[in-house]
Design a protein around this ligand. Structure first.
Ligand code: HAM
Length: 419
C-alpha cells in the first residue's frame, strides 16, 4: 500500500512528463489564438454544485463522485469535471458584467470513481474550454473546429467527429414522451440499467452499449426527430458553418452524452485505435446550466478532452514529440580544491542561462565522465588542481571529442560562443 499509488491514479516522471509539458504548451498557444483566458478553480467544490450542475441522474453523480465531509461538516466533492466549477466562478466573480462572450480554458486533474482500464482512470486530466454568453451557432461550429485544430497540431489523424442535437427542454419533453411510448412494450427486454433509466433519464437508453438494447432501439425516435423549429434551425446552421470550411463530421443521432446539462448541439471526438475508451473529447451546448447554478439565463457551450487518452492516441499513431532541449555543460572535478571552483562556476553558468550540472557523490573522474553521459551535455569542463593554480580549465567538446584549455574567467564566454 505504502509503495503504490491509489488504484486508477498515475505518477508522471521525468522522461514522460515532458510529453505533458508539450501538450500544455500547444494548449496555451491555441487558446491564446482563439481568444481564451485561463481559469484555475479549486480541486474540490461544494457537493451541491455537481448535483445541480452535472445532474442527479448521471452516472457521475450517482456513483462516481469522491465526496467527503470536512472537519466543519461540509459536504465537499473532488471535481469530476470542469464545467460546473467554471460556471460557478463565472457567476461568483460577476464575469458576466464584462463584454461577452466569455471564453475560458482550463487544464487540470478530475476525479471519478470509475472502473480503471486503459484510458480510464480515477484521477485523469482534462483540457477544457467554455464559452458563456452567446447562442450563435457559429460558436458551436468554432469550438468544434478548435478541437480539431488542436488534434491536428499534435499530428493526430483518423479521428471522427460525431455531432447531434439534443434540443431544448421543450423538445426534450416531446422526445421523452415519444421515446417512452416506443420503449414501454420492450421494457422487460431492456438491460436493468436501461430499465432504471426509463423514468429518470430515458434518453440515455439510446446510447446504451448493451447489444440487446441497441437492437431494441434501432427504430426508437431520436432527439433529432423531435426538435422544435428553432432547435432544428440552430442545428442546421451549425452543420452549415462546418460544411462551409470543409469540416467532416458524422451526424450520430444516438449521441446523447452522459451529463444532464446539454441542450442543442452535442458532440464527441472518437479515435479509432485506442480501444474501448475511444472518446478523446466531448462537449456541447448547455443553455440552461448557468441559470440552474444560480446565475442569470445565459447560454453556454464547451468541451473537454482527456489528456491521457490524447497521449495514448499520439503514442499509438507514432506522433512526434519535441526533442529535449540540449544540456549545455557538465563540470567534472579532480581533487577537493576543484570542488569550490566548480560550485562557483556552476552558479555563474546557470545565472547566464546555461544548463549545467556536476557530481555530488565524490565520484572518481572516470565515474564522473560516465555520470555526465546521462545529461548528454554538449561540453564537459574538467577542473583539476594543477590547472586551477594556473587559472585554467579543460573544456571538452563532447560531440567532436576535441578539448582545449580555457582561462577559468573566460569559460562562460567560450561556452556561449561554441554551444
Ligand atoms: P466528459 O465526456 O465526461 O465531458 O469528459 C470529457 C473527456 O474527458 C472524455 O471525452 C474523455 O476523453 C475524458 N475522460 C472522461 N472520464 C475519464 C476517465 N475516467 N479517465 C480518463 N479520461 C476520461 C465532460 O467532462 C464535460 N465537462 C465536457 C464539457 C465541457 N461539456 C461542455 N463543456
Amino acid at each position: 500500500m505504502l509503495t503504490s499509488a491509489p488504484r486508477g491514479t498515475n505518477d508522471f516522471l521525468p522522461g514522460e512528463v515532458e510529453k505533458w509539458q508539450y501538450l500544455e504548451k500547444v494548449i496555451r498557444e491555441i487558446c491564446s489564438q482563439y481568444g481564451y483566458g485561463e481559469i484555475r478553480t479549486p480541486i474540490f467544490e461544494h457537493t451541491e454544485l455537481f448535483h445541480r450542475g452535472v445532474g442527479d441522474t448521471t452516472d457521475i453523480v450517482e456513483k462516481e463522485m469522491y465526496t467527503f465531509e470536512d472537519r466543519g461538516e461540509r459536504s465537499l466533492t473532488l471535481r469530476p469535471e470542469g464545467t460546473a466549477s467554471t460556471v460557478r466562478a463565472f457567476i461568483q466573480h460577476k464575469v458576466y458584467a464584462q463584454p461577452q462572450p466569455t471564453k475560458l480554458f482550463y487544464i487540470g486533474p478530475m476525479f471519478r470513481y470509475d472502473r480503471p482500464q486503459a484510458g480510464r482512470y480515477r484521477q485523469f486530466h482534462q483540457f477544457g474550454i467554455e464559452v458563456f454568453g452567446s447562442n450563435d451557432p457559429a460558436v458551436d461550429a468554432e469550438v468544434i473546429v478548435m478541437a480539431l485544430d488542436f488534434y491536428d497540431r499534435l499530428g493526430l489523424t483518423d479521428l471522427e467527429v460525431h455531432i447531434n442535437s439534443v434540443g431544448c427542454p421543450k423538445c426534450r419533453l416531446d422526445h421523452r414522451k415519444t421515446l417512452q411510448e416506443h420503449l414501454r412494450p420492450k421494457m422487460a427486454e431492456l438491460c436493468s440499467l436501461c430499465q432504471s433509466r426509463f423514468e429518470r433519464n430515458p434518453m440515455r437508453v439510446l446510447d446504451c452499449k448493451n447489444p440487446k438494447c441497441q437492437e431494441l432501439t434501432v427504430e426508437a425516435p431520436t432527439t433529432t426527430k423531435c426538435l422544435c423549429p428553432e432547435c432544428l434551425e440552430h442545428f442546421e446552421a451549425v452543420k452549415k458553418y462546418l460544411d462551409s470550411i470543409g469540416i467532416k463530421y458524422v451526424v450520430n443521432e444516438r449521441l446523447v452524452r452522459g451529463l444532464d446539462y446539454y441542450t442543442n448541439t452535442a458532440f464527441e471526438i472518437v479515435a479509432r485505435d485506442i480501444g474501448a475508451q475511444s472518446s478523446i473529447g466531448g462537449g456541447g451546448r448547455y443553455n440552461g446550466l448557468i441559470e440552474q447554478c444560480g446565475g442569470q439565463p445565459t447560454p453556454g457551450i464547451g468541451w473537454a478532452m482527456g489528456l491521457e487518452r490524447i497521449l495514448l492516441t499520439m503514442e499509438k499513431q507514432g506522433c512526434k514529440f519535441p526533442e529535449a532541449p540540449p544540456f549545455d555543460v557538465f563540470v567534472a572535478t579532480i581533487g577537493d580544491v576543484a570542488k569550490d571552483a566548480a560550485f562557483q562556476l556552476l552558479a555563474k553558468l546557470r545565472k547566464a542561462g546555461l544548463a549545467a550540472e556536476k557530481d555530488y557523490l565524490g565520484r572518481s573522474l572516470k565515474a564522473q565522465m560516465k555520470y555526465a553521459d546521462k545529461f548528454k551535455a554538449g561540453f564537459t569542463v574538467i577542473i583539476g588542481e594543477d590547472e586551477l593554480n594556473r587559472g585554467v580549465v579543460m573544456v571538452r567538446n563532447m560531440a567532436g571529442g576535441s578539448q582545449e584549455e580555457v582561462a577559468l574567467d573566460k569559460v562562460l564566454e567560450y561556452l556561449k560562443e561554441k554551444r
